[in-house]
Design a protein around this ligand. Sequence first.
Ligand code: FES
Ligand SMILES: [Fe+2]
Length: 427
Amino acid sequence: MLSREDNELITETNADMPMGKLIRRYWVPALLSEEIPTPDCPPARVKLLGEELVAFRDSEGRIGLIGEHCAHRGTSLFFGRNEECGLRCVYHGWKFDVEGNVVDTPAEPAESDFRKKLRHTAYPTHEANGVIYAYLGPRELMPLFPDYEWTQVPLENSYVTKCMLECNYLQGLEGECDSSHLSFLHRAFTNERNQPLYKSDTAPFYETEETDFGVRLIATRNTDNQHYVRFSAFVMPVYGCVPAGRPTNEMEGFEIHTYVPADDTHCWRYDIGFRRDRAVRDDEVHRRKQINPDFTKVRHARNNYLQDRAMQKTVNFTGIEDFLNHDACATESMGAIFDRSKEHLGVSDKAVIAVRKFLLTAVKDLQEGREPPHLTRAAEQNWFPHIDCFAHLLPRDMPWRQRFSYLTAKAEKENPDSYRARSKAAS
Ligand code: FES
Ligand SMILES: [Fe+2]
């Protein structure tokens, strides 16, 4: 449970709110590359952290992310002409470059230099593996773009989907930190492939460890002679990293589920996945067919997620198709911004509590002038091999701390170099 005050503190993300200021100190996904695929293509609307923006790719391929409303009299630049290295407003022809400079005001007298005094809102961007990330914080405090593993693998080894979730970002994010819902919300009656473990032990043992990047989350389920350990990670500020699913003892990559606030009652869910050593197969991105071209979900609250009550008796726990919709049903139906002073947390919520605590500490620290965690400023620190997620079956007598010692906070503290230098050889 959170106090009303803390609930507001952690959920309100506009520019003048403390959590908005915190998230703005990090690079976050802003749109997909495919939304502005080629130079001078049509621009795309971007709603991010309560701001209305428009993205465009100029004639030289540079990406602009600028205020949607024209600096002249506010017409939407979404309707603008993307031409000759700038986006031109359809109302009186003012033209903006990717830096937010007003480069032309053709309705003003030729000798006017009025435009030079203006600077339109513009944010830095970074494109990596199909995602355009943005930094909306103060320029002088901009960290390096974090070279996460999923941004560095070859393009064909990764995939991404984007959809709108109709609730506050934290509801989505908390779902990623909550392994116990796998035993219920995502349970299938007919597909036994990855289900027995989740069914046999529905009350996993949770451990959480604060790290330099956020919180590592470990959930252990027991079988007769083995235990099944699932490593997930919360990465500042809105990333939930989870194993790709099956307890196959593969460590070939994982998924990153990102919940970026559009505003306080909507967020963008980006699901990024990657495979370390092979290309992704099309059938691994089944989620695409659940999403409309405008990034709304095919199944949503207004059609009750197309729940099928007969299917709920015989096929799966929810009667709803696809994990994406299970999660949306669970988190959106709490209401747009859930009042956490009304909840009753149990032992199974340990990881959710740890992530909230990390975020609340960071936001309160920032209010008191302390720097947020996990902002990279030195190139030699700009790699993160210790952000790793996988599910592993271990013999009952082998503690995970012995098998995966590099993933312990103790290792991080005592020997940061070897902690960072671990390799896949550990598997
Ligand atoms: S409103 Fe855009 S040029 Fe006038
Ligand atoms: Fe889920």
